[in-house]
Ligand binder design. Structure first.
Ligand code: F6P
Length: 364
């Protein structure tokens, strides 16, 4: 290691929506850094903690004891605190945005932080890349339940979300059968269908709608009718939140705070099914349950591997990079490459072919 890379103190933060496994990454970062004799500081709520008294705290071995299996993040997170477009209220009361990127770097230098490990999704990693361009020594750790980051084969939290969603689909079967109903389940994933496809196939859904395949409601209804006429008497439809009809648009909702988010596809698909088939149809929006709870064992392992690998990259002076799973190894990829494209479900992928072989209707 060259002298300029000598590290004594690093910081870690978690940004964007949470994902099961964040605490496992934090623990691996702290323990691996401690083994090298470094101190670790946790920044609360993405970068927000830097801008307030007491928002940065020392993370020693005791601080990360017993957290590997816990959901959420002990540091807190936010998807509203982008330091490059920081929301502030001007003296005249109007809402405006401020670039506080240089301030972030200055505060970290004043605290004698030698490098930052930023754990986040595409938004947080884009911020990390920009801060690196401005001179901050940063290593990224990818996180999202959506599994839509191109540079890594998997992100931790994804398989936990799939587990939760599959469990929900399993449970819907008995109530759907009892009432001879159609159940439409809306799952997360933004503009990628990974969660819906994995959980839908594992949970033996009859119809799976993903953003990668715009759906034809007539095909969906034909499949449902076949379920009834062939004697099954109920049907399970899984819809990714980003799914949309051929020639139409995805559904959006405005949440509290004015944030516009994907949402509403289950209601619109259910209304169409009921109107066209006359079959009683109910909906379930699984929502943030998919992000809640502790990580399954595979996600814990992946998160621990990512945390340990990120510390190794800091030690090697490999900044402006993020850790990525390239089975069977975890390796470094440039942050910019990682952000270049979204990973959506390839139409010729094995999982799509498997669904078709099983007779699942994919809406086309
Ligand atoms: O990116 C993760 C994710 O859970 C998406 O699947 C979903 O669309 C979005 O975040 C929800 O964001 P929020 O936490 O703002 O509701």
């Amino acid at each position: 290691m060259s002298p300029e890379n000598q590290i004594r103190r690093i910081a870690v933060n978690t940004g964007g929506g949470d994902a099961p496994g964040l605490n496992a990454v934090i623990r691996a970062v702290v323990l691996s850094a401690d083994q090298r004799g470094w101190e670790v500081y946790g920044i609360e709520e993405s970068y927000d903690g830097l801008f307030r008294e007491g928002g940065v705290r020392r993370l020693d071995r005791a601080a990360v004891r017993g957290i590997t299996h816990l959901g959420g993040t002990i540091l807190g997170t936010t998807n509203r605190g982008d330091p490059l477009q920081y929301p502030v209220t001007a003296p005249d009361g109007t809402a405006t945005k401020l670039d506080r990127g240089d301030e972030v770097i200055r505060i970290l230098r004043e605290r004698e932080i030698d490098a930052l490990i930023a754990i986040g999704g595409d938004g947080s990693l884009a911020i990390a890349a920009e801060l690196h361009d401005r001179g901050l020594r940063v290593v990224g750790v990818p996180k999202t339940i959506d599994n839509d980051l191109a540079a890594t084969n998997l992100t931790f939290g994804f398989l936990t979300a799939v587990e939760t969603a599959t469990d929900a689909i399993d449970k819907l079967h008995s109530t759907a059968a009892a009432h001879r109903r159609v159940m439409v389940v809306e799952l997360m994933g933004r503009n990628a269908g990974w969660i819906a496809l994995f959980a839908g196939v594992a949970g033996t859904a009859d119809v799976i709608l993903v953003p990668e395949i715009p759906y034809d409601i007539e095909s969906v209804c034909a499949k449902i009718e076949h379920r009834y006429t062939s004697g099954r008497g109920f049907a399970i439809v899984v819809a990714a939140e980003g799914a949309y009809p051929k020639g139409g648009d995805a559904s959006y909702e405005t949440k509290g705070g004015g944030q516009v988010r994907l949402g509403g596809v289950a209601d619109s698909v259910a209304a169409e099914i009921e109107a066209r088939t006359g079959r009683e149809t109910r909906t379930l929006v699984l929502g943030h349950l998919q992000r809640g709870g502790g990580p399954i064992a595979y996600d814990r392992l992946l998160a621990l591997r990512f945390g340990a690998a990120a510390v190794k990259l800091v030690a090697e002076g490999c900044f402006g990079c993020m850790v990525a799973l390239d089975p069977p190894v975890v390796r470094a990829v440039p942050l910019k490459d990682a952000l270049a494209e979204r990973k959506t479900v390839p139409l010729d992928s094995d999982i799509v072919q498997t669904a078709r072989s099983l007779g699942v209707c994919l809406g086309d």
